[in-house]
Design a binder for this molecule. Sequence first.
Ligand SMILES: O=C(O)CCC(=O)C(=O)O
Length: 230
Amino acid sequence: MTATAYAAGLVSAAGYRHVQRWTTSAAARARAAELVAAHRAEDREVMRNPHLDHEWADVIVRAPRLLAAVQGVIGPDVAVENTFLVMKWPGADFEVPWHQDGTNTRLELDPYRSVAAWVALTDADETTGCLHVVPESQRAGYLPYEVEPDKGAARGRALGVRVDDSVIRVPVPVQAGHGVLMDTRLLHCSHSNTGAGARIGLNIRYVAPGGIRMRDGSSPSPMPLCGTGW
Ligand SMILES: O=C(O)CCC(=O)C(=O)O
């Protein structure tokens, strides 16, 4: 593989691509309504690794169309490294800073043996706080990041990468029941929800065998979904 092809990654030249209809929009919205009913009163905004103890999340990470798209990128052996549910309540100040999904204080994902998915349970557009991405930013590799100060602690201590205002970024609206796959090096962020209803999405980090490098030398513990390589 040439250096240019290596830098471009596996997902697409732009570093992201849409996944159509991992479930029906009606089914996604029904799940979102249940989450709103369960968590609106307490203003809960995030849930870490819901696939480990919530059946609805386990069902999503295994959704056949989503899994097929993931296998098309990283091959037949697929595990979940992490999931993160984000519920943006209307009017709440909740910006997710620019970051890359494949690197954090604990680990680094091999962009050739991992892919990030963001799946929509509600419609996500520019008003409600959809993802914004910097197309082709995966080519620059993993960048230095800063851990956000305490404000974000309850939301999972977001990692921020500085992105110059001159850098071209695009919104990625996604309808409920659809999603987007991203190179784990792709820079993305999301703004607050200024719409009328909740905006709910699940971020999933999928890996193939050998895709996780722990920074402290410990053994990773991904949850295998399919394939024989585990
Ligand atoms: O749901 C969002 O607005 C962003 C989530 C995200 O980028 C992440 O969890 O890595």
